[in-house]
Design a protein around this ligand. Structure first.
Ligand code: PDD
Length: 294
């Protein structure tokens, strides 16, 4: 089955899309991206993703920016043309190609813009039902994790190591022993007293869109999340843990470095977060209730 992608203003067969090997995205990872979840044929929080894209481009001094209204139309059409019901739309913007390799970025870039749609079950997955196992990997990334660049080698290696060790994902640990975030998600623990904790926003982590929506959804139920750093040993002592990302929504974490978190099964607070998030995206929270408690 062919699928429609979008490259530099044109809808194309994804298999036919071509970009230059001189593209700065390829040579320097001079590029940023967004992944927007699609549930029930609807793009989730697209406006927040496009706003974060614009921020990433501005932080990198691109100067030239794609038109957000056009990007929104492209997202809608990719969902429609690819008959996407559940999955995500990936968007990448690079500082373009100039027929050579120059560390100095051009003052007026001609952007490369690429987007495609990918079907994927997000809400009712084995990970959402049963939880995942994570390893702890040293956070060796650059110092601007708030910018969503495609410089993802550290994350890719951490996830590959997780898989090699029979786990599902990696949580990244700063030199001071605190957990920054997941390799492609934000990280949370629930203390034995029932407090939900996640790291405060800074250059250390990505300001997750799913994180923002979880904050809003819980606030509507009168639940506050404490924003502070937590250590790997606090995570080991926690009653529950979970992560959030557009590609996995709210996912219980049931094992860290081979040790069970709490009872080693998704806990009641995590289930409540999953239900609140499901409600926020227009899904049926009863589906989560049917997953069962710990
Ligand atoms: N990653 N932290 C990191 C390092 C991430 O890469 C991501 C998302 C998040 C969560 O952000 P959001 O809730 O906006 O998806 C946090 C995407 C999904 C990816 O790289 O595929």
């Amino acid at each position: 089955m062919t699928r429609t992608a979008w490259l530099n203003g044109v809808f194309v067969d994804a298999g036919e899309a071509r970009i230059s090997p001189f593209d700065r995205g390829f040579l320097f990872a001079d590029s940023v991206y967004e992944v927007t979840a699609v549930y029930n044929g609807c793009l989730i929080d697209l406006d927040l993703h496009l706003r974060r894209l614009e921020r990433s481009l501005n932080e990198l001094g691109y100067g030239t920016l794609p038109d957000p209204a056009e990007l929104a139309r492209v997202h809608e059409r990719l969902v429609r043309d690819n008959r996407l019901v559940e999955g995500y739309v990936y968007l990448q913007v690079t500082r373009g190609a100039y027929g050579g390799r120059d560390f100095v970025a051009p003052p007026r870039p001609v952007l490369t813009c690429f987007a495609f749609a990918e079907p994927r079950t997000l809400l009712d997955t084995p990970a959402a039902r049963n939880g995942i196992r994570v390893i702890a990997a040293p956070d060796i990334r650059w110092a601007r994790r708030d910018i969503k660049t495609t410089g993802l080698l550290a994350q890719s290696l951490a996830k590959t190591e997780a898989r090699r060790r029979g786990a599902d994902d990696a949580w990244l640990v700063a030199p001071d022993g605190s957990i920054t975030e997941g390799a492609s998600s934000n990280a949370y623990i629930v203390t034995r007293e029932g407090a939900i904790i996640t790291r405060r926003l800074s250059n250390d982590i990505l300001a997750g869109v799913t994180r923002a929506t979880v904050f809003r959804a819980l606030a509507a139920e009168g639940i506050r999340i404490s924003e502070r750093a937590f250590t790997l040993s606090e995570a080991h002592d926690a009653a529950e843990a979970f992560s959030t990302a557009a590609t996995a929504l709210v996912t219980p974490v049931v094992m860290i470095e081979g040790e069970p978190v709490g009872g080693g099964a998704p806990g009641p607070v995590t289930r409540r977060v999953q239900m609140a998030y499901a409600r926020a995206i227009g899904a049926d929270p009863e589906m989560i209730a049917a997953f069962g408690a710990a």
